[in-house]
Design a protein around this ligand. Sequence first.
Ligand code: SAH
Length: 263
Amino acid sequence: MNPPPDAPSPRPRVTLVGAGPGDPELLTLKAIRAIRAATVLLVDDLVGREVLRYARRHARIVDVGKRGGCRSTPQDFIERLMATEALKGERVVRLKGGDPGVFGRGGEEVEHLRAHGIEVEVINGITSGLAAATGLGVPLTHRDHAHGVILVTGHPRAGSTPLDWRRLATTAADGYTLVIYMGVAQAAQIQAGLLEGLPPDTPVAVVQHASLPQQRHAVAPLADLQAMLQREGLGSPAVIIVGNVLRGLQAVQPAARLSAAAA
Ligand code: SAH
């Protein structure tokens, strides 16, 4: 049973909530319940504003956007703020785009909070890679084309081991769909690396703003990825999907660009 909303929180606790890819109808019931109960919400900038309509009127809403290349709130500030508010007895919700466990630094936040004796609950959200595939009308696995999926970042942390795109390509060629997050700015290197292990006509799709009314996408052979991005003016936030699960899509409409998915 949940305590009544106004009862003091029995133990300091933070709830990491996945807000999904943007469409508020993709929120889970658990996410809505947590947002409603929150007195303090720390919100990432990829979280759709409509989601906040479930927040209480007097809840404190702190924008902690961290879009690549833009002014962002340092991660340690976010972690300290969550801990301080939770220790004061506030019901803290950390709202993250997609799922907190997929490239959301959710893991780091959980470790920090637990180290401060704060209980952490994680509520799943629909990750944008899944929403992107659905927006295109393709599955991520298919018994004829892909027996697995690899979710990978196109933008690993500075100083960490660089991604071996050739090796990923070789694995993908064995029947795996690649779903690349944060990859559009690195598309030229990704294309060159993947071409070392995948045929140039491997289909690639880029889906921007998956699940939102402004969703756009384009499809091209791998060899044209960068050219297609430039031609179509597609940018972040976008997911790149690579693999033969896209073949059905191309068969339906062989032109390089497909119109926006039907609403
Ligand atoms: N935790 C998030 C990912 C955060 S990393 C999730 O599970 O979806 C941020 C990256 O996610 C963006 O650079 C982009 O690649 C992707 N992304 C987030 N929202 C998106 C959306 N609505 N459409 C397409 N890509 C999105």
